[in-house]
Write a protein that binds this ligand. Sequence first.
Ligand code: 5GP
Ligand code: ZN
Length: 114
Amino acid sequence: MDNCLFCKIVKGEIPADIVYENKDILGFRDIDPKAPLHILIIPKKHIESINKLKISDKHLAGELIFASKEIAKNEGIDSKGFRTIINTNEDGGQTVYHIHMHIMGGRQMKWPPG
Ligand code: 5GP
Ligand code: ZN
C-alpha cells in the first residue's frame, strides 16, 4: 500500500529499529514507547486491521503471537511478563491502519487499560 507508514517501513523507505524479521513478519521498536520495552509486530503484507483479516490470513495472524513469544524471550521479559495488544479502529485506539501487535513490558501493567 503506497501511502501506508508501516508498508514504508517494510520497504525500507522509513527507518526503523528492527528487532525481529522473518519472511512474513517484521518487529521494530515503537517510536514513542509507552513502556520501557515497546515493540510493534506487523505482517509484511498490508492488512488494515483485525476487521480485514481473511480466513487465508489465519496462519499469518498466528505468526504475530509466535513472534511476540520469540521477541519477549530475546528481550529477556518472557518470565517476568509482558502485554500484547492489537488496537482496532476508533474505539480501540488504532492510529496506524496496518495491523500491528504491540508488545509492552519492563514495568507492571495496569488492568483494565484506559
Ligand atoms: P496504534 O495506536 O495504531 O495501535 O499504534 C500505532 C503505534 O505506532 C503507536 O504506538 C506509535 O507510537 C507508533 N508509530 C507511529 N509512527 C511510527 C513510526 O514512524 N515509527 C515507529 N517505529 N513507530 C511509529
Ligand atoms: Zn501497510
